[in-house]
Design a binder for this molecule. Structure first.
Ligand code: AMP
Length: 113
């Protein structure tokens, strides 16, 4: 997608602090961290919402979910972590390329509102 900010990051047109990359995904630091450690994991195929995901993209997302716990040290997951996927307006989704927030490195409360 030409104007998608995360596609631009994947193509290297916008800089990012990469933590992990392979053929299926990129994991990089969130530019405005909401926890001591805040990373984003993005599948390399562009899709906006879980409801729009095709079979191939769902396999890619599964690879993302399996890879994250393997990167325990790099992502600071030793004491636990939180994964968040915002979907749509009510959740405050601001970038419309599906992404998994990875939050770690501190105790977290539960404040959905
Ligand atoms: P969401 O609100 O769930 O769509 O999350 C989008 C996230 O992308 C936010 O946490 C932003 O801080 C983050 N973000 C936006 N632009 C960049 C960027 N250029 N590099 C890293 N993170 C970004």
């Amino acid at each position: 997608m030409d104007d998608c900010i995360f596609c631009k990051i994947i193509r290297g047109e916008i800089p990012s602090t990469k933590v992990y990359e392979d053929d299926y995904m990129l994991i990089f630091k969130d530019i405005e961290p909401k926890a001591k450690n805040h990373f984003l994991c993005i599948p390399k195929s562009h899709f906006k919402l879980l409801s729009e995901m095709d079979e191939c993209q769902s396999e890619m997302l599964l690879k993302c979910l399996k890879k994250i716990p393997e990167l325990k040290k790099e992502l600071g997951l030793e004491n636990g972590y939180r994964l968040v996927i915002n979907q749509g307006e009510d959740a405050g989704q601001s970038v419309f390329h599906l992404h998994i927030h990875i939050l770690s490195g501190q105790k977290m409360g539960w404040t959905p509102a």
